[in-house]
Write a protein that binds this ligand. Structure first.
Ligand code: T5A
Length: 209
């Protein structure tokens, strides 16, 4: 296939259904004849997976400052963009990414309260011109999301926060969608899985067709 591919990111709070929806989207796109690459953040490269370990590892949880956390997420992303995402887009693939720069805007900015201008500058340095063509935010009450995510292999650093933290994250995503309505679309994650999948599929089709 000729031409640059499309870059689609999935965002939302814990347990909103991003990973499940991403796998279903990938299957549907492949069935429609598209070459698809899926990836997740933090991680997705050997370096990124090592950074993920540092971010996730409980021993560091109490001592890691917000600035370190911000830079580690950005470092993982910088590597993923250059090593995986850009080459895949150049090869014409549809790239689906479970979390991307908006997670940093929302978790480190709105959630942790780091300076929005600093977070935006770090994000820009990490992604360069590699902006998503579409970002789908799966919006869900964090109490439902955390309940769904319970029992999974938890990403400990973030999942032991107080409920107010996740409320700020949710509000951060909704504010982002208001600021960038052309790129960022919100889907109601409280609907059943099939309904959420259909809604996201419609948005994706608008971008890939
Ligand atoms: N982070 C990440 C930052 O702080 N800054 C950053 O820059 C980045 C990139 C990542 C953590 O790191 C933080 C954010 C996170 O705290 P993670 O391990 O990747 O952690 O965890 P999450 O991305 O939060 O992934 P989760 O697995 O928790 O959530 P998903 O992927 O949204 O949910 P999913 O698909 O696994 O579904 C959870 C369960 O719910 C069911 C599924 O079947 C599954 O059992 N489900 C539904 N049930 C009913 N109705 C629906 N509509 C459902 N959708 C899914």
């Amino acid at each position: 296939m000729g031409g640059r591919g499309k870059f689609i990111t999935l965002e939302g709070g814990e347990g909103c259904g991003k990973s499940t929806i991403m796998e279903r989207l990938a299957e549907r796109l492949r069935a429609a004849g598209r070459a698809v690459l899926t990836c997740r953040e933090p991680g997705g490269t050997e370096i990124g997976e090592q950074i993920r370990q540092v971010l996730q590892y409980t021993r560091y949880r109490s001592v890691m400052c917000g600035e370190t956390e911000l830079l580690l997420f950005a470092a993982s992303r910088a590597q993923l963009v250059r090593e995986v995402i850009e080459p895949s887009l150049a090869a014409g693939r549809v790239v689906l990414c479970d979390r991307f720069m908006d997670s940093t805007t929302v978790y480190q900015g709105a959630g942790r309260g780091l300076d929005a201008g600093v977070v935006a500058a770090i994000n820009r340095a990490a992604v360069g011109s590699c902006m998503p063509d579409l970002t789908v935010v799966i919006d869900l009450d964090p109490r439902i999301g955390l309940e769904r995510a319970r029992g999974r292999d938890l990403f400990d650093r973030m999942e032991n926060q107080a409920l107010e933290f996740y409320e700020r994250v949710r509000a951060g995503y909704l504010a982002l969608a208001q600021r960038e309505p052309a790129r960022v679309k919100v889907v109601d994650g409280a609907k059943d899985l099939a309904a959420v999948e259909e809604e996201v599929w419609r948005l994706v089709q608008d971008v890939v067709s």
